[in-house]
Structure formats: structure tokens, C-alpha cells
Design a protein around this ligand. Structure first.
Ligand code: ZN
Length: 271
């Protein structure tokens, strides 16, 4: 296809406007140096996480998971733009925290990778991030009904989950976190919480490890289903959710036992 250059966009020969690299979240910065090869087992675990999230109904054709580079805290690992159930170790790319690919080799990163890079910048304790549009969570980002911890597996929600309303700062948008500014604002709203909801979009789950972030993403969706059922049953009456002290105690147990869920879920996806 023949391209004709204009001031900041490219116009194809048939007259359609193509997005410039800047519009698509890419910059003209030099390509960052790779931190070097990553153990194949780590890449396979990240691919497994992607498939687990699909198998558990947290992601469908969309959504993604990343992990901080095990040797370089200023790098993270994430699949190329691909449906999560199809990800394999060979699809994993390395990015710096400005979300520039170290070795793109013709591969494209996810448009919303800025969610990940900006959270890693602001949260040194976070080593893995999941972004999903899991359906049962969506109502809680629309209504302002607080998400609460319905049971011990979702104890990480006992402190609540803030809502990122992209309209507050950016006005009417396409709802996607497609640049640094939007990613940084989402990370700011997330604060020190493990989960943030995203109005009319989805949610983000974080953790100190890949398996904990996946655990939290899965149980955020399960908890949302339970809470919707509980509201229907309670009919406006009392809901005896975990309080914050119970949440802290129960989450400590979850963190030590999440590997049991991880082992099961990994086997389910044949990895
Ligand atoms: Zn999204």
C-alpha cells in the first residue's frame, strides 16, 4: 500500500487516514536495551497465567497479564497483542516502564500496556498486573455500590476497591488506557489497593507475584458474582461481609496458600 506523508498522520493511497505512531502510543525514543534472556520456565508461567485467566472466565478475547522482569525492576514481561488463551512462551515481549519494547521483532504490544508500566512505576511492591473486562465486576464500576469481600478467598477486597472513572480527568474518550497519562492516573487511583475498578470498562488486579495477581483477578470475578447474588437475597438488608481486620488475617492465609490454586489451574490448561 502506498503511503503519503502529511504533517502528523499518514494517508493511504485509497484516502483512509492511518494513525501515527504517537496516536498508537508509540514514541520515537531509542529502543531500550534488553535485560537479557529470561529463564524459559518463567516465560511459560506467564503464558500459563494468560491461559488460566481465559480458562477461569476472567478474560476472553481481550485482557492481559504481565510480570515484572525477575532481574530488572525497570523492565516487565508481557505477551504480544494476542487473545489470552492463545499465548505461548514465544509470544512474551520485554518492555521498559515507559512501555517501549526492547526487541519488538515485528510484534505489536497491547494498546493498554500503559496500565502495566505505570503501575510498576508507582508500586515497587507490585510484581504482576492483570487487566480484564470480567463481566460480573462491571456493575460495581457503574453504580458506586462498593465491592466488599463476601468470603475469605476474596479477603483482599475487605478494604474496598477504588473506581477509576476515565471521564473525570480525560472527558469523553474511547475508554481505553492507551497512553502514559491515562495509565498514570489509573495507577494513582489504585493507590496502595490490590484492585481497582474501571468505570464501564473492567478492572485491574495486582500482586506481589504472578500467582497472587492471578488469584486476585479470579476471585474478584467470583466475589462480584457472589455479591450480586447476596444483594438479591438480602433485599436491602444487612450483608455481613468481612471487615478490614478479618480481611488482613484471611488475606495472609490466601497469600501462603494461593499456590494450591495455581497448581490446579495450571494443570487445567495443560501446562
Ligand atoms: Zn481494557
Amino acid at each position: 500500500m502506498r503511503l503519503v506523508q502529511c504533517a502528523c498522520h499518514q494517508i493511504s493511497a485509497n484516502g483512509f487516514m492511518a494513525l501515527s505512531p504517537a496516536d498508537m502510543g508509540y514514541s520515537s525514543r531509542p529502543v531500550p536495551a534488553s535485560a537479557g534472556p529470561v529463564d524459559r520456565a518463567i516465560l511459560e508461567d506467564l503464558a500459563a497465567a494468560s491461559r488460566i485467566l481465559a480458562d477461569q472466565g476472567v478474560v476472553d478475547a481481550f485482557g492481559h497479564v504481565s510480570m515484572r522482569h525477575p532481574a530488572r525492576p525497570d523492565r516487565f514481561l508481557m505477551s504480544r497483542s494476542l487473545a489470552p488463551a492463545l499465548v505461548s512462551a514465544d509470544d512474551i515481549m520485554e518492555f521498559d516502564l515507559d512501555c517501549e519494547a526492547c526487541e519488538a521483532r515485528g510484534r505489536s504490544g497491547f494498546l493498554e500496556r500503559f496500565i502495566h508500566g505505570e503501575i510498576y512505576k508507582q508500586r515497587a511492591d507490585v510484581n504482576s498486573v492483570v487487566h480484564s473486562h470480567s463481566p460480573s465486576v462491571i456493575p460495581f464500576g457503574l453504580t458506586g455500590v462498593p465491592m466488599r469481600a463476601m468470603y475469605h478467598n476474596a479477603a483482599f477486597l475487605a478494604g474496598g476497591a477504588p473506581i477509576f472513572n476515565i471521564h473525570d480527568k480525560f472527558g469523553a474518550t474511547d475508554m481505553l488506557v492507551g497512553n502514559h497519562q491515562k495509565g498514570a492516573e489509573l495507577a494513582r487511583i489504585l493507590g496502595q489497593n490490590p484492585i481497582a475498578l474501571m468505570r464501564a470498562h473492567g478492572s485491574v488486579a495486582t500482586g506481589p507475584s504472578l500467582s497472587i495477581a492471578v488469584f486476585r483477578a479470579v476471585y474478584t470475578e467470583v466475589n462480584a458474582r457472589l455479591q450480586l447474588q447476596t444483594h438479591a437475597l438480602a433485599g436491602g438488608g444487612l450483608i455481613a461481609a468481612l471487615d478490614q481486620e478479618e480481611g488482613v488475617k484471611a488475606d495472609a492465609v490466601n497469600i501462603t496458600s494461593a499456590s494450591r490454586a495455581w497448581d490446579l489451574w495450571k494443570r487445567r490448561v495443560g501446562m
